[in-house]
Design a protein around this ligand. Structure first.
Ligand SMILES: [Zn+2]
Length: 213
């Protein structure tokens, strides 16, 4: 075997695992949900004539939080149009629009970085006039400040954030679902009013809630 054949073989030995690794990386990390590419365009402001509802950020006016995971993020949101806001335990969580409380849980008292904690996650779900729903997760034990059937105003404090359920650190996991009217629910991305204007939120950025008065 001459030197160049040996070199070629060495390269193959090296290249094969590299290709397998790159293939796994690509297939594992990027969601193929068609909403993902549309949301990318919306985030960059490349889709015009958007008449969708403008949501209030899920925290108090004039407060700032870091978005640690965005829509269809590679980490735990691969197939979720969900948002994770970093929040200290006990932070006031606010309703993003008017609605009625339809489901809640606040007796969970455990949380951590293991899926065995998933069922301990406290949450509130609110139904809106267009029959969409919003969900707020990982709330503090006994941290839900509203009851099922309560009518909620946009911006109203509804809960205290926490670290219950399957979560690595204290944060608010927030979701919007659209209904097809036949029992099928789809998670969707939405735009928010921030102090810098109306935005589709992107991860690793701080968003300050607008001060209205
Ligand atoms: Zn999340």
């Amino acid at each position: 075997m001459n030197k160049s054949t040996l070199l070629l073989q060495n390269q193959r030995v090296f290249l094969l695992p590299l290709c397998v690794f790159l293939f796994l990386l690509a297939s594992c990390t990027v969601s193929n949900n068609p909403q993902r590419s549309e949301l990318k365009l919306l985030q960059k402001g490349k889709l015009k004539d958007d008449s969708s509802f403008i949501y209030h950020l899920p925290y108090e006016e004039n407060k700032t939080h870091l978005l640690v995971q965005g829509y269809f993020s590679r980490y735990t949101h691969k197939n979720r149009a969900a948002l994770d806001f970093k929040m200290k335990k006990g932070t006031k969580v606010c309703a993003v629009r008017d609605g009625v409380v339809v489901r809640l849980k606040e007796d969970g008292n455990k949380g951590g970085s293991n899926s065995k904690y998933r069922s301990f996650g406290n949450f509130v779900i609110i139904q809106h006039a267009d029959s969409s729903r919003t969900g707020y997760w990982h709330l503090q034990f006994n941290g839900v400040l509203v009851n099922i059937g309560d009518t909620i105003k946009q911006g109203q404090v509804i809960a205290l954030s926490g670290k219950t359920g399957y979560t690595y650190f204290p944060h608010l996991h927030f979701i919007v679902w659209r209904s097809d009217g036949k029992g099928q629910w789809t998670q969707i991305g939405t735009r928010f009013q921030t102090n810098k204007g109306i935005r589709y939120l992107r991860p690793f950025r701080f968003y300050r809630n607008k001060k209205n008065n």
